[in-house]
Design a protein around this ligand. Structure first.
Ligand code: FAD
Length: 390
């Protein structure tokens, strides 16, 4: 029985696997799916081209399924330039024969009023560098298999683990370091699950589907990787619930009244759901961290390591992977900013401010993790049966 394999409390968290699965199925996944489709949450501002601070580009960007199309402004369809924000997926799309990718540079001055520009000490991403940034419609650029593999991808993961986040935290390593490792590993599991769940099975027929052996080989056969995925999900969920009052009152105005009402209602459904509050009110307890004499130094060290990982996303040699890598690392950085900057939720609104992009990244990250948890729950038992029967 699968639930026997993953039962009990998720390590270092305050909820058990079954509760997480139930809440995800009933509450979190449906609300998040609605939320990330709204005009506010589907556009992410990002600098996409390679300017890797660590090593020169290795030319991997040419892979077909890696590309996020950036069109010259004069190629944008007129509909994109009109002051309406609810782009439908049927709109004609400026593309190199690849309709699932598009970048909209035009919405910045029209939409998203009422947000501040502020720093995130956990990441190197800066939303204010307007000349080099574009908007990407995330719904049209799904995270999935791109063909990005080999030494370039391996070099990034190796650097992430070996230099910045030790892969096998030693017995003496402290709680904070273990948690940092688990967050990265959980994110890695989620990326692998998305690759396996939406895989190019047959290039000639452009046939996409699930790659069960890949899902097994990369994630399911390692219970710790599955556990780390659940851990990361609960960590980010805790950040979102801690910031509930801030998120409820944030400015989601994009000029499209119907869409904006939908955003607010999905957000409230998610944040103040009685089932969530009853079953798992505090998914992770951050109050126990950074205690003791070395707490502040340790926090600074881990913060710097996470900033390195954030900068490393510019070295990902595949545009679409870089897009999702940057978004999810910014989302994780935002979760850490929420959890590790102030003690209680009541202080949060008074002392912390967020960039719009941070909130977009945070909620899209939570949605990605929720999708991965759902996928593991639904596919895990049958994938294991197939693979272990072979
Ligand atoms: P990798 O996934 O590259 O793993 C490398 C090594 O890390 C493994 O051998 C293992 O020792 C260890 N490891 C693996 N998983 C875990 C875990 N959960 N916890 C701890 N250790 C682990 N490819 C796409 O097709 N689409 C994408 O959207 C995409 N996004 C990416 C984003 C980033 C930031 C990066 C760095 C890469 C991305 N890739 C993407 C590439 C993808 O992650 C793999 O690197 C690639 O598919 C090659 O896989 P692999 O089998 O060599 O193992």
């Amino acid at each position: 029985c699968y639930c026997a394999k993953y039962s009990g409390i998720v390590e270092d968290c305050c909820c058990d696997y079954e509760t997480v699965d139930g809440l995800n199925e009933e509450v979190l996944h449906p609300s998040l799916q609605e939320l990330v489709r709204t005009a506010f949450f589907r556009y992410f501002k990002v600098k996409l081209w390679c300017d890797c601070p660590f090593w020169p580009d290795d030319g991997m960007c040419r892979l077909r399924d890696c590309s996020v199309c950036e069109c010259p402004d004069n190629e944008f369809p007129e509909a994109f330039k009109k002051p309406h924000y609810g782009l439908s997926q049927d709109d004609p799309i400026c593309q190199e024969g690849k309709p699932q990718a598009t970048v909209d540079r035009t919405i910045d001055s029209k939409a998203f009023r009422g947000w501040v520009e502020t720093d995130n000490p956990w990441t190197t991403d800066d939303e204010t560098d307007n000349t080099e940034m574009t908007y990407v419609n995330l719904q049209l650029n799904p995270e999935r298999y791109t063909g990005y593999t080999g030494p370039s991808a391996r070099r990034i993961w190796d650097a992430v683990y070996s230099e910045n986040c030790p892969k096998h935290p030693s017995e003496e390593s402290c709680q904070e370091e273990k948690i940092f490792y688990k967050l990265i590993s959980g994110l890695h599991s989620s990326i692998s699950i998305h690759i396996a769940a939406d895989y190019l099975l047959d290039e000639a027929r452009n046939l996409w589907g699930q790659n069960v052996s890949l899902m097994y080989d990369r994630v399911l056969r390692y219970p710790d990787r599955v556990g780390n995925l659940y851990f990361t999900f609960l960590f980010v969920l805790r950040a979102v619930t801690k910031a509930a009052d801030y998120l409820e009152h944030a400015e989601y105005d994009t000029g499209n009244l119907m869409e904006d009402l939908k955003t607010q209602s999905s957000m409230r459904q998610l944040l103040f759901n009685p089932k969530l509050q009853a079953a798992c009110p505090i998914p992770f307890d951050e109050a126990k961290l950074w205690k003791g004499q070395h707490g502040p130094d340790l926090k600074q060290k881990i913060q710097q390591q996470f900033r390195n990982i954030s900068a490393m996303m510019d070295c990902v040699g595949c545009e679409k992977c870089r897009l999702w890598g940057k978004l999810q690392v910014l989302g994780l950085g935002t979760a850490m900013k929420i959890l590790f900057s102030v003690d209680g939720p009541e202080q949060l609104g008074q002392t912390l401010q967020f960039q719009r992009n941070e909130v977009i990244a945070l909620m899209n990250l939570l949605n990605r993790l929720s999708e991965s948890v759902k996928c593991v729950r639904e596919m895990g038992p049958s994938v294991e049966k197939i693979m272990e029967g072979q």
